[in-house]
Design a protein around this ligand. Structure first.
Ligand code: OGA
Ligand code: MN
Length: 301
């Protein structure tokens, strides 16, 4: 008998039971991959994967994107717990980076190659809050009025982690701790066509800013209006974690965010990121960017 895939009461997401991620036969894997494309977020309760099993599961979807200089480190802790067991203070760099995850975003949109998918598992969960929430950018695009669709059809935005962190008061020097990310800010279309399903989706979130052709206030307003519109029921699902749960999501068509909790409690998640396919997730070239910058309507460059 195959796994049971139960859609969540939202436009995205399904819960998959009746399978062990660490021991899937070909038919089970096929069902999981199909469900991933259909639902964009899959919840696997109670899997209790080891680091290696999580990396092996993620690797079925593609190459692993390294988030730290150590090539062996393919499963990284998303955690407020320090090596000595105490929790991070509010002023610490790594804590501020963690809090950044509370804004709607998609992973690695600020890198030259954006991410395909992310796998997150819960290790230690706080007594309340600390959910992860996802929003369906395919359904959001479908729900846009015709005028907005037309307006955004030719538009792109820059993406930068330095920019999004500065916006929440966290100023970081180049090279001071965002892994491989430099201060470059790739330009990406606001609408992304999914390479497998062909469905268009909004490609936005906290890292996006500076739409060429719009002045800065206009650009900010458009981007924040789009996020406000997109990230609402029935397009959202928030998962209340139990230790051992695993979730995978499709960064090409969903946004996600962490929800707050009492930061004096420990929260430890484990993250593995699947690299995008260069054929479809590589940012358009500098050449395109220069061409756009010289369009007559451009006023912010
Ligand atoms: C991430 C992320 C959210 C969370 O791992 O990329 O944004 O709930 N995590 O920890
Ligand atoms: Mn993230």
């Amino acid at each position: 008998m195959g796994p049971t895939i139960t859609p969540i009461d939202a436009t995205l997401g399904a819960v998959a039971t009746g399978l062990e991620l660490a021991r899937m036969d070909a038919a089970t894997w096929k069902a999981v991959e199909q469900a991933f494309h259909e639902h964009a977020v899959l919840v696997f309760p109670g899997q209790d994967l080891t680091d290696d099993e999580q990396v092996a599961f993620a690797s079925r979807f593609g190459d692993i994107e390294l988030l730290a200089p150590d090539p062996e480190l393919k499963a990284v802790a998303i955690s407020n717990r320090k090596p000595d067991g105490s929790v991070m203070g509010a002023e610490e760099h790594r804590f501020k980076a963690l809090r950044g995850n509370e804004g709607w975003h998609t992973d690695s949109s600020y890198m030259p190659l954006s991410a395909k998918a992310s796998v997150l598992s819960a290790q230690v969960v706080p007594s309340a809050g600390g959910e992860t929430e996802w929003a369906d950018m395919r359904a959001a695009y479908d729900a846009l009025d015709e005028g907005t669709r037309k307006r955004i059809s030719g538009l792109s935005a820059h993406h930068s982690l330095y920019h999004s962190q500065a916006r929440i008061g966290h100023e970081v020097e180049t090279g001071a701790g965002y892994g491989y990310h430099t201060k470059g800010a790739p330009l990406r279309p606001l609408v992304k066509v999914h390479p497998v399903t062909g469905r268009p989706a909004l490609y936005i979130g906290r890292h996006a800013y500076g739409i060429p052709g719009l002045d800065e206030p206009e650009s900010e307003k458009l981007l924040s209006d789009l996020v406000d519109f997109a990230c609402r029921p029935p397009r959202t699902y928030a998962h209340r974690w139990q230790p051992g749960d695993v979730v995978i999501w499709d960064n090409r068509c969903v946004l996600h965010r962490a929800r707050p909790y009492n930061y004096s409690e420990v929260r430890v998640m484990r993250h593995t990121r699947v690299a995008g396919d260069p054929a479809t997730e590589l940012a358009p070239t500098d050449r395109d960017e220069r061409a756009r910058a010289y369009e007559p309507s451009t006023s912010n460059r």
